[in-house]
Design a protein around this ligand. Sequence first.
Ligand SMILES: [Zn+2]
Length: 164
Amino acid sequence: MKLVIGILGMSLMFAEIGNAEASGNSNAPAAEAPAAAREGSTDRYTVFDATPAQEAALRAQIRLMHPEVLPLRVFFVPHWKYLNNARIFHLHVPTGYGSLMFTHLPGRTVFIDNDRYQDESWLGYWMAHELGHLKSNSTKESDAEKAAREFRRRLKDSHNKDLL
Ligand SMILES: [Zn+2]
């Protein structure tokens, strides 16, 4: 029950993100659960407003990093929306970190500032940090970075294997 209330709460908050809700994902949490249990895959999260190349890169990287805790939703948003969402979630954005991405832990939702997007290695590096927040279930940057080191190592190892 608590979970249901949480999802409803998130849906209300995400009403701010017009595009995301309009793309027909308001029933996503309920629809996703059975498939997730069946497949047991690392792909059971929803990516919003990414280009096909961005989404493919993100999914490949998350697969390689194999995080213990997956996000439920990843939003690629323009800068103004990113700032809006940071404000909605009452987020204190620390210099050097949250200015590119941030994670809303109770909703397991990651926001990526798409105006700051550089390339796939940028994406992997910073997504590792956000996955670190999810794994440690901590908003502390030091906790996130500690967990991120392991994810970055897995990502790097897999690249090295590709080269052999
Ligand atoms: Zn952080």
